[in-house]
Design a protein around this ligand. Structure first.
Ligand code: 13P
Length: 248
């Protein structure tokens, strides 16, 4: 299975800086085709990113997706719309959506299902807070979040991409150690294996302060199939270094 290196730009960038970032990534990619690459700009820039990346081996995704297809849902963007402008992935259930927008496990599952129903691969984020880790609840939290997604997508489990993102490691510079991440990834893999005949098709990304310096060690873990990168995905050199680390 090819690794997947995905950039979550969050609410950053503008037309000029996006063009520069994408041109830099494209210029650095030749020879780095042993992994898949994805960028997820803010929704207003998805279409222009698709245009800028025409013919390039870089996929484009949204950062969220509605459970609805269309209608009176102000502010929402549907999977059909993402697909219409050429996106092929959407991040679903990021901890920032769960925290600031009250997204529940059930809603995240519904969003994953809505994405799959319209040809968008959901990158479903799961992960514990610092308080939950300190209380020894990491595995239970991750399993509960994943169970809701498995329940919602039914027989499509093997089409998911998952991202383990410990909330305490996001944007803090405090990365999970490769051993800490691997331990949780193994738990996730086991739960997926119990839910589909094709667990080997499901990529489990790690996210949370992954950077040019720590990517090699994280990506060397047996159950880490790629990265979902925030801050470091906004810097051409750092993002390319992480893509290079995923070649092995
Ligand atoms: P950072 O890489 O900035 O910690 O963000 C991780 C993340 O939330 C990716 O979705």
């Amino acid at each position: 299975m090819k690794k997947l290196i995905a950039g979550n730009w969050k609410m950053n960038g503008d037309s000029a800086s996006n063009a520069e970032l994408l041109a830099g990534i494209v210029a650095g990619l030749p020879g780095l085709d042993a992994c898949d690459v994805l960028v997820c700009p803010p929704s207003v820039y998805v279409a222009s990113a698709v245009t800028a990346l025409a013919g390039q081996p870089v996929a484009v995704g949204g950062q969220d997706v509605s459970v609805q297809v269309k209608g009176a849902y102000t502010g929402e963007v549907s999977a059909v719309m993402l697909r219409d402008v050429g996106a092929t992935y959407a991040i679903v259930g990021h901890s920032e959506r769960r925290q600031y927008h009250g997204e529940t496990d059930a809603l995240v599952g519904e969003k994953a299902q809505a994405a799959l129903a319209h040809g968008i691969t959901p990158v479903v984020c799961i992960g514990e807070t610092l308080a939950q880790r300190e209380a020894g609840e990491t595995n239970a939290v991750v399993k509960r979040q994943l169970a809701a997604v498995i329940h919602a997508v039914g027989h499509c489990v093997s089409e998911l991409v998952l991202a383990y993102e410990p909330v305490w490691a996001i944007g803090t510079g405090q990365t999970a150690t490769p051993e800490q991440a691997q331990a949780v990834h193994a738990v996730i893999r086991a739960q997926i294996a119990a839910a589909t005949e094709h667990p080997e098709r499901v990529r489990i990304l790690y996210g949370g302060s992954m950077n040019a310096a720590n990517a090699t060690q994280l990506l060397a873990q047996p159950d880490i199939d790629g990265g979902l990168i925030g801050g470091a995905s906004l810097k051409v050199a750092d993002f390319l270094t992480i893509i290079r680390a995923a070649q092995g």
